[in-house]
Design a protein around this ligand. Structure first.
Ligand code: AFD
Ligand code: MN
Length: 388
């Protein structure tokens, strides 16, 4: 039987990290549709993130992306965040937008380019020291477009060398999270294409190196919850970049394309102890709201993660285990589906009221007047974007 008080406590203590770049303009290679009221600097992004946390109560952490969020004084940015009830989360490196990186960054055949890329990664760790961030998030767009272009194995050697140098730089309480992605922008090989590649490198590096599962970074039909269960069991699941996709790395609102998959992922997280803060799993969003209003889209995404988590927490673990050990296929499936088919919105509404929040975060945001405030107030200046 499920202990509802424990479910409520877990939902209150859940922490979801929002990405600074989701508040800025974004788009595809065809067009970036600018939106009114978009932040012009990291400070305004934090102002927007504070609205998400105010409405949901579970999003006090904001991931940064360097150089998009570069400031002169990171300690001041940290203080600005803390004054708004926020903390600065993962530092995302960016070695995918400089012209020097056309043939790769840390895996580039030119050692001078590799040194430049490594320098940026080490600078990001310096920034972590100032922001108090635990995690350095590493995503490499590195890869090749044609057979024969470069030596596949040699690129792994170069990657390992750079990762080892970063690992040696990390402080005792810092981690490096290595993110994989099947393809894009490289089309023939990607140097960190799948969970196995990331896991193998992280295993060699040590306990401070962990894998990031971006839910949009797999081939269609991949069983992501299997990857989650495996990595949790190996203590190598550093976190998620949550989003959803229909075809590729679409970066849509998490749960919007396949809420059942999100539930199955969260079931493995709960079963594997990944919801316990001490396990250290970072629940990050990594999304781009190209055509929808950004702040409410992020609020909806947070709510979608909460709903999947609530359903996963309602799985009757004892009944499931009994059915599984009895080999009762239909009963075991029914136990899982019973939780998935539970409407958890009333439960979440009451949890929010116990936190002193409006039961509906979307209604709370609409009533806040913030969207009107930024639309009229943020005039002029250079809107934040992907910088591509
Ligand atoms: C892009 C990449 C990857 C990375 C993110 C932030 O595909 O998901 O985590 O940028 O750097 O979306
Ligand atoms: Mn990502």
């Amino acid at each position: 039987m499920t202990d509802l008080s424990a479910v409520r406590a877990a939902l209150k203590s859940q922490r979801i990290e929002t990405p600074s770049w989701a508040y800025g303009n974004s788009g595809t290679r065809f067009k970036v549709f600018r939106q009114e009221g978009v932040p012009r600097d990291p400070y305004e992004k934090l102002d927007d993130a504070a609205q998400v946390h105010a409405a949901t109560g579970v999003a006090p952490v904001v991931a940064l992306h360097i150089p998009w969020d570069r400031v002169d004084d990171y300690a001041a940015l940290r203080a600005y965040a803390e004054d708004r009830g926020l903390t600065l989360g993962a530092i995302n490196s960016n070695v995918f937008q400089d012209d020097d990186y056309k043939l790769g960054s840390v895996t580039n055949p030119d050692p001078a380019v590799r040194r430049k890329a490594l320098g940026h990664l080490l600078d990001c760790v310096d920034i972590m020291d100032a922001t108090g961030s635990r995690d350095l998030k590493l995503w490499f767009s590195d890869g090749t477009n044609y057979p024969g272009q470069d030596d596949i194995a040699a690129r792994q050697d170069r990657l390992a060398e750079a990762l080892e140098a970063v690992y040696r730089r990390l402080g005792d309480d810092q981690r490096m999270l290595l993110e994989y992605k099947l393809f894009e922008p490289a089309f023939y090989t990607t140097d960190v294409p799948d969970w196995g590649t990331s896991y193998a490198h992280c295993l060699k590096l040590g306990p401070k190196a962990q894998v990031v599962v971006d839910t949009g970074h797999h081939a269609p039909g991949t069983n992501i919850e299997f990857i989650v269960a495996f990595l949790l069991r190996e203590a190598k699941l550093g976190g998620f970049d949550f989003n959803s996709r229909f075809y590729a790395d679409d970066d849509l609102m998490v749960g919007a394309a396949d809420p059942f998959q999100l539930f199955r992922i969260m079931h493995e997280v709960v079963r594997g102890g990944g919801l316990r803060p001490e396990t250290g799993v970072a629940f990050m969003l990594d999304q781009c709201h190209n055509i929808e209003a950004k702040i409410p889209a992020i609020i909806r995404s947070v709510m979608n993660v909460q709903e999947a988590t609530a359903k996963a927490l309602l799985v009757d673990a004892d009944a499931l285990a009994a059915a599984q050990s009895a080999g009762d296929v239909l009963e075991a499936n029914a136990v899982l589906m019973d939780a998935y088919n539970t409407d958890v919105r009333p439960l979440l509404a009451s949890v929010r009221e116990e936190l002193g929040l409006h039961p509906d975060p979307m209604a709370a945001y609409r009533a806040s007047g913030w969207q009107q405030q930024i639309t009229t107030g943020r005039v002029g200046g250079e809107q934040a974007g992907w910088g591509a």
